[in-house]
Design a protein around this ligand. Structure first.
Ligand SMILES: Cc1cc2nc3c(=O)[nH]c(=O)nc-3n(C[C@H](O)[C@H](O)[C@H](O)COP(=O)(O)OP(=O)(O)OC[C@H]3O[C@@H](n4cnc5c(N)ncnc54)[C@H](O)[C@@H]3O)c2cc1C
Length: 508
């Protein structure tokens, strides 16, 4: 081994700084730590028991679990920060120092038991997403406020998130949601391709199903918007079987789309990246930043992970990155054709997360909760993303699916204007002059390449599903895309890290 002492010293310094960053600001890319490490490519030859590729929630959870069992681990992370798709962004004044918004994933909700347990173990706290006041629905040029029609909603049917603007469409959407929930319950989470109707369901897109089953323009619009919002892809991109798997994975479509009672219910004090920062702080010099993995060699005795100027030799590897990124690594020997072709077939969604900062959350004064559904882009979904004490107002929106793809062709200034036009349409002239505009274009991120997650087009579950998690020799796969429960979410990432760690522990 060479350079190991130097590398260890640098990592320890990095770990200390990482902890400081977490405590002070919880911020990521723009922290002094990030700048300090930017030019500092990882180097040296290392040996450990288990090497983990990727310091997102999946990789860090796996490392934490293995470390707790006394196994030596080293996490190698391409970026100059941890967290992957969880990233805090510090707000400028007049926001108080240390105030952040998340530019990646942010919410957690009921039944996301593994991430909620992790948050508690790490000493972090959650607070409720602002969900008080009326929703807005913008459709056919009309802006219609509506209340929590069914505040109790005991069966969690998601009735509050179906705008009643077009009663026939709303009724048809509610029936369709129930139908989808029933079909989803018949998809085995561990092997969706074995569902009785798998061939029929994986041979069509979600759009084909909508075309065959919904007849009112309102009902079709609502279902399409729900799918765009959940997958950041178009209904024409997605296998019906994948949509059903995803619904079952979350429990129901209502869990996916609801704020209170659903996946958008709560936020993490100080920002979701703190989950990763706290884990990295615990792991200390077991996390190597600025370490993009380009090659993995494996044989019957060991595995060696390599980057430009570093290598890590281990007994086993956990590759905790999305399938499409795993497909960009060179393997020696080459992976079997099934796994390789799978990695060619799981595209990432398209989303640009945008936020405008205002002196106050002024929409609350008009009795609005800040949540919009709309038939007009670029922003068709919004949320009040103000800090817990609302000392500034933050309106957040998503530019998703084909709107996102259109926005990729625009300049930042053109996108900014489109976002402000959307916010003015929903909340009036007060939205016209934000103090700040923040956007994160995940499609342009080299180490993510799109969000919220990878999804399955038609035929992929059927022909390649079994290659998603199956270890190959000493290589094990993790990442939210491999999760059975809450696939695509933080909770799924955590579960996948736990599962991969157990898989490895059983074999060491
Ligand atoms: C805008 C947005 C909003 C979202 N909203 C939510 C939400 O509200 N709630 C929720 O639960 N989920 C949400 N998600 C999804 C959530 O962020 C992800 O499910 C989760 O963070 C995935 O974790 P992961 O560890 O599986 O993958 P990642 O976070 O992608 O981690 C993979 C890591 O591997 C690194 N890496 C990649 N390639 C290499 C390589 N070759 N060598 C070394 N390292 C590599 C990456 O840099 C990254 O750090 C959202 C995502 C986005 C982007």
């Amino acid at each position: 081994m060479t350079d190991i002492d130097h590398t260890r010293r640098r990592l320890l310094a990095g770990a200390t700084l990482l902890g400081t960053g977490a405590a002070l600001t919880g911020c990521g890319d723009s922290s002094p730590l990030a700048a300090a490490h930017a030019a500092d490519t990882a180097s040296g030859d290392h040996t450990t028991d288990v090497v983990i590729v990727g310091a997102g929630l999946a990789g860090l959870t796996a490392a934490r679990r293995l470390t707790a069992s006394g196994v030596r681990t080293l996490v190698v992370e391409a970026r100059d920060r941890v967290g992957g798709r969880a990233l805090n962004h510090p707000l400028a004044a007049p926001a108080r120092p240390g105030t952040i918004v998340e530019v990646g994933g942010q919410w957690v909700g009921p039944t996301q038991d593994r991430v909620l347990a992790l948050i508690a173990e790490l000493g972090l706290e959650t607070f409720k997403t602002w969900d008080i006041g009326d929703y807005l629905d913008y459709r056919n040029g009309q802006l219609v406020p509506y209340g929590h029609l069914f505040p109790a909603d005991p069966l969690n049917l998601g009735l509050n998130r179906i705008p009643p603007t077009d009663p026939a469409g709303a009724a048809e959407a509610a029936v369709a949601i129930q139908q989808l929930n029933d079909m989803a319950a018949r998809v085995p989470l561990e092997a969706p391709w074995t569902a009785t109707d798998a061939i029929a369901w994986d041979s069509q897109t979600f759009q084909s199903w909508v075309d065959a089953n919904l007849f009112t323009p309102g009902g079709r619009d609502l279902l399409q918007l729900a799918i765009e919002a959940v997958f950041s892809a178009q209904p024409r991109d997605l296998s019906l079987l994948h949509v059903l798997f995803y619904i079952h994975s979350a429990g129901s479509l209502d869990h996916l789309i609801n704020t209170t009672g659903g996946a958008q219910e709560s936020r993490i004090v100080g920002g979701s990246q703190r989950i990763a920062l706290r884990m990295a702080e615990e792991l200390g010099d077991r996390v190597l930043l600025n370490a993009p993995v380009t090659q993995i060699a494996y044989d019957a005795r060991s595995v060696t992970v390599r980057g430009e100027r570093f290598s890590v030799r281990a007994q086993r590897a956990i590759i905790a990155i999305p399938p499409t990124l795993a497909g960009r690594i060179r393997y020696s020997p080459a992976l079997d054709g099934l796994r390789d072709q799978l990695t060619q077939r799981v595209p990432m969604g398209t989303v640009i997360k945008v936020q405008c900062v205002y002196p106050t959350p002024f929409w609350r004064d008009s009795g609005l909760n800040g949540q919009v559904t709309s038939d007009t882009g670029p922003v068709k979904i919004t949320f009040d993303n103000s800090p817990p004490d609302a000392h500034v107002g933050v309106m957040m929106g998503f530019i998703e699916g084909e709107d996102g793809r259109r926005a990729l062709r625009q300049s930042r200034e053109e996108r900014r204007q489109g976002v402000i036009d959307s916010f003015v349409r929903y909340f009036g002239e007060q939205a016209a002059e934000p103090l700040d505009y923040i956007e994160k274009n995940w499609a342009a991120e080299e180490w993510t390449r799109g969000c919220y997650a990878g999804y399955m087009p038609p035929g992929v579950w059927l022909d390649y599903g079994e290659a998603l998690r199956a270890p190959i020799g000493r290589l094990h796969w993790a990442g939210t895309e491999t999760a059975e429960v809450w696939n695509g979410y933080f909770d799924g990432a955590v579960r996948s890290g736990e599962r991969a760690a157990e898989e490895v522990l059983a074999l060491l």
